[in-house]
Ligand binder design. Structure first.
Ligand code: SDX
Length: 427
């Protein structure tokens, strides 16, 4: 019979304490240490929570050793290959893939909710043209809380899902407006005749009046292959368990703050270059390396403990194998390189980095593999999405994950306000 407790012995006083072991449906079991301080008078210590589970969750599963990622039990490869981003959003929110009718109504609801209040447009217009899209996004999502204050105290499931679909629908519009603001050109309103992803590209690219630039062969400027590529990128970014920005969202939600300011906090956390901001830094780094012949020197810098240079897009707290999303993006890159004319020079540099790093003991011994951010930038560049918008693309994909995790937190009766302790080393 499997024992469901473990014993902690304090060798200073020879006292022993029992703690329950809770088993997962997939992956590692946990030791419930919620009574640890009460029983032992000591705290546990885990900087960055490398070995700490902060909650129970049924949304996303990652096996870092195997390089496995599942949304509601479905493998990311299956979703990226055979389902749209909207189907993935529905799956995350409701726990099941939608029927054709459910998908149609979900799609329509997002289209109807994709517009924003004109006063919010004025707020975005007040930013300097040099403002980073992530700064505009986090500010305008916070401002959304002023327009939907009734979402602060959500009474029932229906209202909760309305709150969730509203933010999923509006983020692409806010991101596109932030981009147009940086160009100093008029904003393009959403077109409810267009799908989620096509509409986003349309709001980025259309001319005033919503006209698309006709190409010489008379084709519409937004190609199906571009829509499919970006839709896959959104799917790959949709959720990722308790990462830094999701933990931020749950922490802000745990104080009872408005759901949209929790999402705004998640956007701010994602902006960091150690997290979602890495996709922007990867391209900057590839351009800085400049040529395949310089790669070896930069690899040595990345290995030098006295040099704070790190290979952006490499390494991950959880994956100690290939990030399955990186694999999916690499596959997408190979499929698209001729069609989308991917930047072969940047790709060659990236491939050379990968080739060396995957054999070099420094990286192998630390299980450092390419992560999702290593490949996304080359495809986004080919989609003519400018680098300051890369992390905003990550936000569009991830918003459904954040809001689903927030709803799970609020629905869990065991949820508490986040309030860790410390090891005091002061006077
Ligand atoms: C995302 O958590 C998520 O799920 C995030 C994400 C999501 O979907 O939400 O997957 C998205 O954020 C992907 C990661 C994007 N960030 C980067 O690509 C930035 C570069 N990578 C690193 O900064 C780093 O790898 C982290 C932040 C991703 C992970 O850091 P950890 O887990 O805290 O690991 P660590 O810093 O303790 O590193 C362990 C060792 C150290 O060497 P030693 O002290 O043992 O000698 O590995 C080294 C580090 O110096 N190391 C690197 C490195 N990453 C780690 N050395 C060179 N280049 C790197 N990129």
């Amino acid at each position: 019979m499997k024992k469901d407790t473990c014993t902690f012995i304090n060798n200073r006083n020879n006292k022993s304490y029992e703690f329950k072991i809770l088993d997962a449906n997939r992956g590692p079991s946990v030791i419930d240490i919620s009574s640890f301080y009460k029983k032992t008078g000591m705290f546990t210590f885990d900087v960055g929570y490398t070995s700490t589970a902060s909650c129970k969750s049924a949304i996303t599963f990652i096996d870092g050793e195997k390089g496995e990622l599942r949304y509601r039990g479905i493998a990311i490869e299956e979703l990226a290959e055979n389902h749209s981003y909207l189907e993935t959003c529905f799956l995350l929110l409701y726990g099941l893939l939608p029927t054709e009718k459910q998908l149609l109504s979900f799609d329509l609801e997002l289209r109807h909710r994709s517009f924003i209040d004109e006063n919010l447009k004025t707020l975005i217009g007040a930013f300097p043209d040099t403002a980073h899209p992530m700064s505009i996004l986090s500010s305008s999502v916070t401002a959304l809380a002023s327009f939907y204050y009734e979402h602060l105290d959500i009474k029932n499931d229906e209202e909760c899902f309305e709150m969730a679909t509203r933010i999923i629908a509006k983020i692409p519009t806010l991101a596109a407006f932030a981009y147009r603001k940086s160009l100093g050109v008029p904003f393009i309103y959403p077109d409810i005749d267009k799908s989620f992803t096509e509409n986003f590209l349309y709001m980025l690219r259309a001319y005033p009046g919503g006209k698309m630039k006709r190409t010489v062969d008379g084709n519409d400027e937004i190609r199906a292959i571009e829509i499919k590529a970006l839709d896959t990128i959104f799917t790959l970014h949709a959720d990722h368990e308790q990462n830094a920005s999701t933990t931020t969202v749950r922490t802000v939600a745990s104080t009872g703050a408005h759901p949209y300011v929790a999402i705004s906090a998640g956007i701010s956390a994602l902006w960091g270059r150690a997290h979602g901001g890495a996709n922007e830094s990867v391209i900057a780094q590839l351009e800085m390396i400049g040529d395949v012949s310089n790669v070896d020197a930069f690899i040595e810098r990345a290995k030098d403990p006295h040099d704070d240079f790190r290979l952006m897009g490499f390494g991950h707290r959880v994956y100690k194998n290939f990030d399955p999303r990186a694999k999916a993006l690499k596959k997408l890159q190979d499929e698209l390189k001729d069609e989308l004319k991917l930047d072969s020079k940047l790709m060659q540099i990236a491939e050379r980095i990968e080739e060396i790093a995957l054999k070099d003991d420094y990286f192998v011994s630390r299980n450092l593999y390419p992560n999702i951010d290593f490949y996304s930038g080359v495809i986004l560049t080919a989609l003519r999405i400018e680098r300051p918008m890369f992390t905003a693309i990550f936000v569009i994909g991830r918003t459904v994950g954040w809001i689903t995790q927030l709803m799970e937190f609020r629905a869990d009766p065991a949820s508490k306000i986040t309030r860790p302790r410390q090891l005091y080393v002061g006077k």
